[in-house]
Design a protein around this ligand. Structure first.
Ligand code: FAD
Length: 320
């Protein structure tokens, strides 16, 4: 049993980390973050497949021209792992993007030293006992906390909160996500495929293809293919082997010389909750009445990493 936590943050994605950083600014010291995954970062994630790193979640950090959050800008500026580059977006317009090296997950090395995070710890349910919350975790332990921030995707937040804050559940259940199927393909040699491009998939929709682990020139023996929302929606329930076959077939149709390369390994990741399509209306408060429960996450502000970061800043402002 862990006692006397002042603030429990459920979810170590970018929104959970933003909550942590903002709470620290308010001199809250007794903070714990828990996450069910193996690594910090949630959908900002990378996978090591036979010593090749792939970013199978968000491929880069995009920023709007209007600098929405100064703290986020400063994070990008001071994080030595982060570089910037210009890519053409889906409408062929140039767009500045930021990417941590050597992989997206490196973004979090910058914070790791000072954070207290319990990974591989899933919150199963949350109950209220007077002025405290009791959180039952997957390791059969309970965490007792004064305040709690749910920075998990909307469906998980709804599940955790349904008994103690049923009023907001209807609003949370309106949130919708796109599905995304991401494929990682490693070759036993360097491949000559456009570094970053869009192609029309079987569903007549644009998908993205990334060649190389990062945007640097020296790593081109890997490909990440991010299928479009439409293709992913249509094909989502197929087993992963079938999906990989379908993806490879599609690529060999699109890229004439694709077949000449030997593939050394493949992987398919299914994102059931990829990017939010709609988010909480600004008129819905992100904290409960007595300011003991708060909600953060992209689904409370908007579809980007920066929005998720801003959601953490917003909830701390109202909660603490
Ligand atoms: C394929 C893909 C491509 C994307 N492309 C871009 C892009 O180009 N640019 C961009 O800005 N954004 C992009 N995004 C979106 C961006 O990644 C997300 O908006 C952002 O990372 C969301 O952060 P978050 O903290 O809100 O949620 P998450 O990162 O999902 O973090 C939530 C965390 O909660 C944990 N969790 C869930 N349930 C529990 C539980 N019961 N107990 C404990 N822990 C729990 C999860 O393990 C996870 O770590 C993309 C996303 C995907 C998947």
């Amino acid at each position: 049993m862990t006692k006397n936590i002042d603030l429990l943050i459920i979810g170590s994605g970018i929104s959970g980390l933003s909550v942590y950083l903002e709470a620290k600014k308010k001199k809250i010291n007794n903070i714990l973050i828990i996450d069910k995954g193996f690594h910090v970062g949630g959908r900002i994630c990378s996978k090591n497949l036979n010593n090749i790193y792939f970013n199978h979640g968000a491929p880069f950090i995009s920023r709007s021209k209007i600098k929405k959050s100064l703290s986020f800008f400063n994070l990008l500026k001071h994080n030595k792992n982060i570089s910037r580059t210009v890519i053409k977006n889906i409408r062929n317009k140039s767009q500045i993007v930021y990417y941590p090296s050597p992989m997206m997950r490196s973004f979090f090395e910058y914070f790791n030293k000072n954070l207290i995070i319990k990974q591989k710890t899933k919150a199963i349910n949350v109950e209220r006992d007077g002025n405290f919350f009791i959180v039952n975790c997957s390791d059969n332990k309970f965490i007792i906390t004064k305040k709690i921030v749910l920075s998990v995707p909307a469906p998980q937040a709804s599940e955790l909160i349904k008994k103690i804050n049923p009023q907001i559940v209807n609003e949370i259940n309106k949130i919708k996500y796109s599905k995304c199927l991401a494929f990682l393909i490693a070759f036993d040699q360097k491949v000559d495929i456009p570094k970053y491009s869009f192609f029309e998939d079987d569903a007549g929709d644009l998908s993205t293809l990334f060649c190389g682990i990062t945007f640097s020139n020296n790593q081109t023996n890997s490909v990440v293919v991010r299928m479009s929302n439409k293709w992913s929606e249509i094909n989502f329930e197929y087993d992963k082997e079938t999906l990989i076959r379908k993806c490879l077939l599609l690529l060999s149709k699109k890229i004439t010389h694709f077949k000449k390369y030997n593939i050394s390994s493949t992987y398919c990741h299914k994102w059931r909750y990829s990017q939010v399509i709609n988010w909480l209306s600004p008129s819905i408060p992100n904290v409960n009445k007595d300011k003991s429960i708060g909600f953060a996450g992209d689904w409370t502000v908007g579809p980007t990493i920066e929005d998720a970061f801003i959601s953490g800043e917003k909830v701390v402002k109202n909660l603490l």
